[in-house]
Write a protein that binds this ligand. Structure first.
Ligand code: 5GP
Length: 121
């Protein structure tokens, strides 16, 4: 799959679509999910053009990976999730029902999140 420069998160990074920013550093941006599934639902994205966790982890530079992971930690701290807990997840591909093909990690929390994966088919 080739990175689509017109995906919605690329437009957010270019400032063509607004977002509610939570945190930003040189290589990552975190913003509120437009359709939150939990009281806290933040998306953390790298600023580079990566489609998935595999793409990012194998192709990104060390500093991009460091900044991206730090941004996730900062979000958990800013949102007050450290004591009560939180979950991070990244969808890729058809089985995970990825909608936006710019790599992103969901940081969710603010309530009991239940079991990890829906076992129903
Ligand atoms: P995925 O299914 O790809 O893991 O998740 C995509 C996420 O992006 C969804 O949770 C969806 O609500 C969120 N999203 C889609 N479009 C927008 C948008 O324009 N702005 C923001 N802030 N979030 C979006």
């Amino acid at each position: 799959m080739i990175y689509d420069i017109d995906n919605i998160f690329a437009k957010i990074l270019r400032g063509e679509i607004p977002c509610t920013k939570v945190f930003e550093n040189d290589h990552a941006l975190a913003f509120e999910d437009i359709n939150p599934m939990t009281p806290v639902h933040v998306l953390v994205i790298p600023k580079g053009e990566y489609i998935s966790m595999v793409d990012f982890s194998l192709a990104a530079s060390d500093i991009e990976i460091v900044d991206f992971n730090r941004a996730i930690g900062e979000v958990a701290k800013i949102k007050g999730l450290i004591q009560t807990g939180y979950r991070t997840l990244a969808n890729h591909g058809i089985h995970a029902r990825q909608d936006v093909f710019h790599y992103h990690v969901h940081v969710v929390g603010g309530r009991d999140l239940g079991g990890m994966i829906n076992k129903e088919r």
